[in-house]
Ligand binder design. Structure first.
Ligand code: NAP
Length: 292
């Protein structure tokens, strides 16, 4: 089996741009595409090749990675009859969708990939913008185990942990479990800061102390300091977290589960989006209490 040398990367946002940059730095020949082409400019200046459609990316690359926003974007990028990945791909290649999307769509991609002799993985990530930049992501994969084994050296360049979980859709299910967890840690971070401030405590001292105790979380460590600096930039968009919580609750419903804490978090984030914060980072949840 030949070594992968040419990687295609579609979706150069907060996450995709940083991951693509790291793959370029690692020495891969990189072919890139993004809806807003200018987001590729600095990568092209460093040696990446910009191509006009996902189809051309699929033709040029042995491995194609997608990291777009919503399931509808994933569908467009893979299935568009004229310009999608599947319109141009040939057998023996590998596709990896790293977008946080639905398990159902992951299965549809895997089914079409199998028809074309292509290997597919759903491989959403956790670790945020910081993890993408610092190559410390966590990757949760489902789909073709052979593909996972072939791309393991590439995953090790961008992630501190990559785990295979089973058939197509499994990676997205693990990511939903992750987001259910983040719903709890973000609401907890907001409410503990609101409480601490009302009690007249030093918030920086509270964060420093709690991070050494039982209430420590990744959210507290990474987003607590951003809140104290009034840095509400994404990070992780409120609109994407709402997308994720809705997918998680849909999937839970299909399994006859009720998740009241996750439902509560979704309601809070929808209120936040209604107030105009959909394009802010998820740490802006605190604005529900602290206002402007
Ligand atoms: P983002 O900054 O909005 O990036 C998405 C990128 O995909 C944008 O550059 C967008 O283009 C591009 N795109 C969307 N539809 C496209 C299409 N049809 N063709 C080509 N490009 C397309 O979002 P992000 O923060 O990187 O997140 C990406 C995904 O990862 C989301 O599913 C998110 O839920 C997930 N995720 C995010 C984080 C995080 O902390 N940020 C962590 C884990 C997972 P434009 O430039 O034109 O908008």
């Amino acid at each position: 089996m030949t070594e992968i040398k040419r990687i295609g990367f579609i979706g150069l946002g907060v996450m995709g741009h940083a991951i693509a940059d790291n793959l370029l730095t690692a020495g891969y020949e990189l072919y890139v595409y993004n809806r807003t082409a200018s987001k590729a400019d600095d990568l092209v200046a460093k040696g990446a090749h910009y191509l006009a459609t996902p189809r051309q990316i699929a033709e040029a690359s042995e491995l194609i990675i997608t990291m777009v926003g919503y399931p509808t974007d994933v569908t467009a990028v893979y299935f568009n009859e004229a310009s999608g990945i599947f319109s141009g791909i040939s057998s023996g290649k590998i596709v990896i969708d790293m977008t946080t999307s639905t398990p159902t769509l992951a299965k549809e991609i895997a089914t079409q990939a199998t028809t074309l002799g292509v290997l597919a993985l759903d491989a959403p990530v956790s670790g945020g913008d910081i993890g993408a930049k610092n190559r410390t992501l966590t990757i949760m994969a489902g789909g073709d185990q052979l593909a996972f084994e072939r791309v393991a050296p590439i995953f090790s360049l961008i992630a501190k942990k990559a785990q295979y979980f089973g058939p197509a859709g499994s990676g997205q299910h693990v990511k939903m479990a992750n987001q259910i967890g983040i719903a709890g840690t973000m609401t907890a971070l907001s409410e503990l800061l609101v409480y601490a401030q009302a009690a007249g405590l030093s918030l920086s001292a509270v964060l420093e102390t709690l991070s050494a105790g039982g209430a420590n979380t990744w959210s507290l460590d990474n987003y607590g300091p951003r809140i104290l600096k009034a840095d509400y930039s994404p990070g992780f968009f409120v609109k994407h977290f709402i997308k994720d919580l809705k997918i998680a609750l849909d999937e839970a419903q299909k399994m006859n589960l009720t998740l009241p804490a996750t439902q509560g978090a979704l309601a809070l984030y929808e209120t936040l989006a209604d107030k105009g914060y959909q394009d802010a980072g998820t740490q802006s949840l605190i604005k529900l209490w602290w206002g402007e």
